[in-house]
Write a protein that binds this ligand. Structure first.
Ligand code: FES
Ligand code: FES
Length: 152
């Protein structure tokens, strides 16, 4: 066990954990942020996507020891009062079905749009390709991202 200092959603947290503890479990079990979901645990589904600095990463496969002083953002910290253009578009297009994958979808899309604010439809498709949705909400996800691009 070691002590780690983490910056999560703009707040400092001190966490005692084994070096190989995935940051997903640190967020959920130590810090109590339950918006980030566990799907596969092997970096294959995207349900656990968070931001490390400005990049989307899969928190199930990111050990706490590799975070260093880079800030972490989870779905809870993406915006004030869930007002990110993607979150507005998600509501407008009523995207979620069961909802389980959706935090990961939004976090992946948010990092993508930050780096590519005016993407083509093909770029949106390939950026979102690795985020799985068992409920098949892919068309609404795509439509909502296109709307967020227009409205930002
Ligand atoms: S739970 Fe992390 S990618 Fe599936
Ligand atoms: S909304 Fe159910 S898994 Fe995506």
């Amino acid at each position: 066990m070691a002590i780690y200092q983490l910056n999560v959603n703009g707040k400092e947290h001190q966490v005692e954990a084994d070096a190989d503890t995935p940051i997903l479990w640190v967020l959920r079990d130590h810090i109590g942020l339950l918006g980030t979901k566990y799907g596969c645990g092997i970096a294959q589904c995207g349900a656990c996507t968070i931001h490390l600095e400005d990049s989307a990463v899969r928190s199930c496969s990111l050990p706490i020891s590799s975070v260093g002083d880079k800030p972490i953002t989870t779905i809870e910290g993406l915006s004030e009062k869930a007002s990110h253009p993607l979150q507005n578009a998600w509501r407008e297009y009523d995207v979620p079905q069961c909802g389980y994958c959706q935090a990961g979808q939004i976090m992946n899309a948010a990092a993508f749009l930050k780096n590519n604010p005016n993407p083509s439809n093909g770029e949106i498709e390939s950026a979102m390709n690795g985020n799985l949705c068992r409920c098949g909400t892919y068309n609404r996800i795509k439509a909502a991202i296109q709307a967020a691009v227009k409205n930002s």
